[in-house]
Design a protein. Sequence first.
Length: 236
Amino acid sequence: MELLNVKQLDVHYGGIHALKQVSFSINSGEIVTLIGANGAGKSTTLRAISGLVAKSRGSIEFKGQDITQMPAHKIAGLRLTHVPEGRRVFPHLSVEVNLQLGAYLRKDKEQVNHDLQRVYTLFPRLFERRKQLAGSLSGGEQQMLAMGRGLMSSPELMLLDEPSMGLAPLLVKEIFRVIVEINRAGTTILLVEQNAKMALTIADRAYVLENGAIKLSGTAAELIQDERVRKAYFGG
């Protein structure tokens, strides 16, 4: 079933044409990745979907509903969650309060508590540090917290923006392992990631963005073998 459909999307930042007729779709249950160089428009695409930037043209449908002009807080209420680049945790609040804030729109308190335990199972370090201030965590732990907070909204679709940025290789492997586990448990993933090779190893399908436009698309298996992708994103 098609979960997200982006059609002919244009975004401008002042005089800069950041996205140019971007079209793609995501089916329920998939991991889809957007790859591309810095400034290609990957993060802007996620921000447009989640209602954080204005769209100049085009449409976005989620679960068959037009959300193109819907405000961000209402989109979040549809179980579409954006885990932004840079983690954006609340540094002066505890780990557990940060996680609980991810469920602020929910009324199903018993299930919220169940999901909190699930986050602690996925990220045991967060359980160990649940009373610590979020600002005292390492970069990798803050990334785990940002993802855990996103899961607390019980998302059908999770937008993940550069989850491996700045992390040591062992932590990168751990983050990607958890992304696969989250997906297997039923959450569809749209992943923006500069580590193209790693992203393509876990994705079902991929789109390559260059200068705000989609230049290539296909299954992840096809793109990981594509000479243009190999040359541009992982050294030939």
